[in-house]
Design a binder for this molecule. Structure first.
Ligand code: MEV
Length: 308
C-alpha cells in the first residue's frame, strides 16, 4: 500500500494568459490531497466506480502511467473542488506520485510531465502551471524562455513553457470561494475562441503577461502595495476576457479597505478570489458576511510527497 499527497495551488498572476504562453506566477498552498493505493480484484475509488465523472483525473492518471493490475484507491482532499485552488491538479499529481512510486519511477519531472498530459486529456486545453506547482511546491514562475531557477520545460504544439522555482516572501493571503462551481476546460476554450477573433483580447492577454512580471518583482521587493494594485489590474483584464462572475466581484468589493488588492484566481467563472492583506482574520469575516467561504491560506514549500 502506498499513500502520496500533493498540494493545491493559488495563481497570483497570469491565469488564462499562461495557456497562450504568457508568464504566470503561482504558489502551492497548505491544503492537500492524498491518494492511497493498493492492489485489489477490481478498480475502485472511494468504494465507487472509476468511470464516475468526478474520478476522470484519477482514471486518466492510471491510463497514463499504470502497467499493473486492478487497484483500490482512496482519495481524501482538503482542497475545495472546482474552486480555482487546483484540486484537480492535486488529485492528478498525488495519484501519479503513488502509481509511479509503486513502479519504482517516482521522480518529479516524470510526475509533472504525466500530470500535464492528464490535464490536457481531461480539459482539452491547459498550461502546465497547476500540475507543476502541485508537483514542486513553493512559488512557480512560468516564462517563455529559460532563466535561473529553471526546473523543467514542457511543450505542446508550437508552445513551450519554461517552469522556474520562484521563492517568494511569506504572504498573507485570504481566498474567498464564491461557491459557484465552474469547470476549467470550457472557460479556457471560451478565452481561446475570443482571442481567435479579437485583437483587443490578444492585447489584453499580452498585458496580463507584463503585469505578471511586474507583480513578481513587486512581491520579491516587498512592495506589497504595488503587488496589490497589479492584482486589481489583472482582475479587470480577466473580467474583460469573459471569465469573471458577479459573485467574484461581490467578494472583491467586500475586501475594500482591508486588502492591498484582489483578483479572481484559477479559471474564474465563479470559483475563488484571492486578496493580499495584513488583516487576514478581519478580511475572512468580511468575505463570510458577503456570502463567500473564506480560507486563510499559507504558502507551502512542499510539493508531492510520499506519506509513511
Ligand atoms: C487554471 O487553474 C489556470 C488556467 O490558466 C488554465 C491552465 O493554465 O491550464 C485557467
Amino acid at each position: 500500500m502506498v499513500t502520496c499527497s500533493a498540494p493545491g495551488k493559488l495563481i497570483l498572476f497570469g491565469e488564462h494568459a499562461v495557456v497562450f504562453g504568457e508568464p504566470a506566477l503561482s504558489i502551492a498552498v497548505d491544503l492537500r490531497v492524498s491518494t492511497r493505493v493498493e492492489g485489489s480484484d477490481a478498480f475502485a475509488v472511494n468504494g465507487q466506480s472509476l468511470d464516475r465523472r468526478k474520478y476522470r483525473y484519477v482514471k486518466n492518471a492510471i491510463g497514463e502511467v499504470w502497467r499493473g493490475g486492478p487497484l483500490e484507491m482512496r482519495v481524501d482532499s482538503s482542497v475545495p473542488v472546482a474552486a480555482g485552488l487546483g484540486s484537480s491538479a492535486a488529485v492528478t499529481i498525488s495519484t501519479l506520485g503513488a502509481l509511479l512510486h509503486m513502479q519504482g519511477e517516482f521522480n518529479p519531472v516524470a510526475i509533472a510531465q504525466s500530470g500535464f498530459r492528464v490535464e490536457l486529456k481531461v480539459q482539452g486545453n491547459a498550461s502546465p502551471i497547476d500540475t507543476t506547482t502541485s508537483t514542486h511546491g513553493g512559488g512557480i514562475l512560468v516564462e517563455r524562455s529559460p532563466r535561473s531557477g529553471l526546473l523543467w520545460s514542457l511543450s505542446r504544439d508550437e508552445k513551450k513553457w519554461f517552469l522556474h522555482d520562484c521563492p517568494l516572501p511569506d504572504l498573507s493571503l485570504v481566498v474567498g470561494d464564491t461557491g459557484v462551481k465552474a469547470e476549467t476546460g470550457p472557460l479556457v476554450l471560451g478565452v481561446k475562441k475570443l482571442a481567435a477573433k479579437s485583437e483587443t483580447a490578444r492585447d489584453q492577454i499580452k498585458e496580463i503577461g507584463r503585469i505578471t512580471l511586474k507583480g513578481k518583482a513587486a512581491l520579491q521587493d516587498g512592495d506589497i502595495s504595488l503587488a496589490g494594485e497589479l492584482m486589481n489590474e489583472n482582475h479587470k483584464l480577466l473580467n474583460s476576457l469573459g471569465v469573471g462572475h458577479p459573485a467574484l466581484d461581490k467578494l472583491i468589493s467586500a475586501c475594500e479597505g482591508l486588502s492591498y488588492g484582489a483578483k479572481l484566481t484559477g479559471a474564474g467563472g465563479g470559483g475563488s478570489m484571492v486578496a493580499l492583506t495584513d488583516e487576514p482574520e478581519e478580511l475572512a469575516g468580511r468575505i463570510r458576511e458577503a456570502g463567500g467561504e473564506p480560507f486563510i491560506v499559507r504558502y507551502s514549500p512542499e510539493g508531492v510527497r510520499l506519506e509513511v
